[in-house]
Design a protein. Sequence first.
Length: 199
Amino acid sequence: MRVKYEEIGENDYNIEVFPGEHPIALDERLKTKRFDLKPGEINYECCPVCGIPLEVERRRWDLNEGTITDLSTGRRMAIFGPFSVDSILDDLESELGESIPETVIEAQRRYIRSAWEGDRWNKDGATFQHMLAQRGLGNLQEFEGDSTHLTLNIQNSCFHLPVVGTAQALVELTYKVDSSTCEWELSEDGDLTVRVNMS
């Protein structure tokens, strides 16, 4: 990825991030998977001036420190291209083997359980759909389950391994179980199917 930026006013910058030339040294590595995006139905109320969803008002943007904080949780946030992270994880799996996906999923599951343990996570499919879409992680099409399992189908998925770990952790927190098992599949057209089974 490449970045261009220019100062367009006092404390105002225009920043553009875009795919650039792949360095020759990495010619066969760090390839991003691209697929045709399917239309979604998520809508946001947007600022009439800049067009950004008004939900970003719930963030504190500290320009001096260079940080973004979610005011509802107190957690710091970051903006990055998830397809780049996906290509790094794919490359690690190619180099180090099949243990990489399960390691990433488990690390994310543990992180979410630890970070969100005090939160009362008992949300419905619409809340999870909104959470995914707001973060650019996909469009939730299926959210179905009972006290023994939950099945999710997410179109236009990216950052899929951490999303699987997040889903698993949130199901465990909702049902107040210490562990679960998880099966997942990422299709060629970018659909992610996740099934979490309660242990």
